[in-house]
Design a protein around this ligand. Structure first.
Ligand code: HEM
Length: 412
C-alpha cells in the first residue's frame, strides 16, 4: 500500500485502465485506488478530470443518491470514450435520464420483467438451451465456439421473442450492438450503428400498427404514449442490454468453471438440488458468478448536481463520478476474501453487478433465469467439456463496455 501523500503526488490514472495478469480480476489500478482512498481523481480519454469510486459502500452511496444525475446531456458528464459520447447524446434512452422522466418510461416495462412474469418463460428458455446444445453436439467434429453457438443466441432469441423482433435479423442487430459497445469505436461508427438500429426498430414499430403481435414493441405502439422513434429508442436499449450482457456472463462463467473444477462440481450439485426442488444453492452460485465476473466493466457514470460528500471526499456540483462495479464487487470490506470464487458465499447477492438505486438493471430477473438455465444445461450435457485452445490464446473483450471473451472454442 502507498501512503496517502505519495498517492496524491502521482499523475492521475487514465481510465479505463488495463487489466493485469488474471483476466477475471478488475484492473490492478482500481484495486490499488480502492485500498488507498475513498474516491480517486482520474482522467478520461479526452484528458478531462473525473472521480472514480471503487469501494462497495461508496458505489452504492453514489448510485442511490438523487444528487448524482445519470442525465448525459448535463455539461461535464463523464463519458468513457468519444464513441460513448456520440451514443448517448444522439438519442438518450431512460438509462441516461433522471426521474420523473426515467421513472415514467421505465414503468412502461416493469410488468414485462417482473419475477413472476419472467419465471413463466423458464420452459421456453430451457427448451431453447436444449435445442442449441442438440445442434452443437450433433456435429461430428465435437468442437464449437460456445459464444456463437450457445451463449449469444440464447439471450438473443429470448429478447427477440419478448420484443417481437425477428431473430432472422440477428447478424444485423448483433453487429450494431457490438459496435455501440466498443470503447474504441469512432463517433461516426457508433452513430451509424445506432441510427441503422433505430431505423430498423422504428420501421418495425410502424409495421406493427397494422400487424400487431404480443411483443413489447407492439404493446408500446398500441398504448399510444410514445412515437415510433421513442419506441425504437427503448427497443434498442432492451435489445442491446438484453443480449450482450447475459451472453458474456454465460460464456465467461463457463470459462471460469472450466478453470476451477471444484466450482464446476459445486454448480453441478446446486443444479441437482434445484431439479429436486431446492433452488437456493443455485441462486447463490449464480449471484457469486455475477459478483466475481462483473461483466459491465466500464464504470457507471454519474454527475453531481450539487456538492456531495462521499466517503470523506467532496464532489462538487458539475463533477463526474465513475462507479467501477468490478472493483466494488471485490471490496474485502463487503466480501471477505473477495478475490476468490466461492459459489457458496452467503452474501454474494449484495453485489453491484446489476448496478444500484433507481437505474438498477430492469432485466435482472431475466438475466438470472437465463443463467440458471444455461449454466447447468452446459455442464449437464457436456460433462467432459474442455477448452479447445490454450487459455493464453483466448481473446478477452478488453475494448468493450461489456467484458467477456470474443470466442470460446471448446471441445468435448
Ligand atoms: C447478466 C446480465 C446483465 C447485467 C450484468 C446487467 C447490468 C446492468 C447494469 C449494471 C445496469 C445499470 C446501468 C446504470 O445504472 O447506469 C443495467 C441497467 C439496465 N439493464 Fe441490465 N444487465 C444484464 C441483463 C439485462 C437484460 C437481460 C436486460 C433486458 C432485457 C437488461 C436491461 C436493462 C435496462 C433496461 C437497464 C436500464 C435500467 C434503468 O435505467 O432504469 N439488462 N443493467
Amino acid at each position: 500500500m502507498v501512503s496517502a501523500t505519495h498517492a496524491s503526488q502521482r499523475a492521475p490514472l487514465t481510465v479505463p485502465a488495463a487489466r493485469g495478469g488474471c483476466p477475471f480480476d478488475p484492473p490492478p489500478a482500481y484495486e490499488q485506488a480502492r485500498q488507498e482512498r475513498a474516491l480517486a481523481r482520474v482522467r478520461l480519454w479526452d484528458g478531462s478530470p473525473c472521480w472514480m469510486a471503487t469501494r462497495h459502500a461508496d458505489i452504492r452511496a453514489v448510485l442511490r443518491d438523487r444528487r448524482f444525475s445519470a442525465d448525459a446531456t448535463r455539461p461535464g458528464f463523464p463519458f468513457l470514450s468519444a464513441g460513448r459520447q456520440a451514443l448517448t447524446l444522439d438519442r438518450p434512452t431512460f438509462i441516461r435520464m433522471d426521474d420523473p422522466e426515467h421513472a415514467r418510461l421505465r414503468r412502461m416495462l416493469t410488468a414485462d420483467f417482473m419475477i413472476r412474469k419472467v419465471a413463466a418463460l423458464r420452459p421456453a428458455v430451457r427448451a431453447l438451451a436444449d435445442d442449441l446444445l442438440d445442434r452443437m453436439t450433433a456435429r461430428p467434429e465435437r468442437t464449437a465456439d460456445l459464444v456463437a453457438d450457445f451463449a449469444l443466441p440464447l439471450p438473443s432469441v429470448v429478447i427477440c421473442l419478448l420484443l417481437g423482433v425477428p431473430y432472422s435479423e440477428h447478424a444485423f442487430f448483433q453487429r450494431c450492438g457490438s459496435t455501440m459497445l466498443r470503447t474504441d469505436a469512432t463517433p461516426e461508427e457508433v452513430r451509424t450503428a445506432q441510427s441503422q438500429l433505430l431505423e430498423f426498430l422504428a420501421g418495425l414499430a410502424a409495421a406493427k400498427r397494422s400487424a400487431p403481435d404480443d411483443g413489447i414493441i407492439s404493446r408500446l405502439v398500441a398504448q399510444n404514449e410514445l412515437d415510433d422513434d421513442d419506441i425504437a429508442s427503448m427497443g434498442r436499449l432492451l435489445l442491446v442490454a438484453g443480449h450482450e450482457t447475459t451472453a458474456n456472463m454465460t460464456s465467461l462463467s463457463v470459462l471460469a468453471l472450466l478453470r476451477d473444477p471444484q466450482a464446476a462440481a459445486r454448480l453441478r450439485e446446486a443444479a441437482r438440488q434445484d431439479a429436486a426442488g431446492d433452488g437456493t444453492a443455485l441462486d447463490t452460485a449464480v449471484e457469486e458468478l455475477l459478483r466475481y465476473l462483473t461483466v459491465v466493466q466500464s464504470g457507471l457514470a454519474r454527475i453531481a448536481v450539487e456538492d456531495v460528500e462521499v466517503g470523506g471526499a467532496l464532489v462538487r456540483a458539475g463533477e463526474g463520478v465513475l462507479c467501477m462495479l468490478g472493483a466494488g464487487n471485490r471490496d474485502q470490506d463487503a466480501f471477505p476474501d473477495g478475490g476468490r470464487l466461492d459459489l457458496q458465499r452467503p452474501d454474494a447477492r449484495r453485489h453491484v453487478a446489476f448496478g444500484f438505486g433507481v437505474h438498477q438493471c430492469l432485466g435482472q430477473p431475466l438475466a438470472r433465469l437465463e443463467l440458471r438455465v444455461a449454466l447447468p444445461a452446459v455442464l449437464d450435457r457436456l460433462p467432459d467439456l474442455r477448452l479447445a485452445v490454450p487459455f493464453e490464446d483466448l481473446r478477452f473483450r478488453h475494448e468493450m463496455a461489456v467484458y467477456g471473451v470474443h470466442e470460446l472454442p471448446v471441445a468435448w
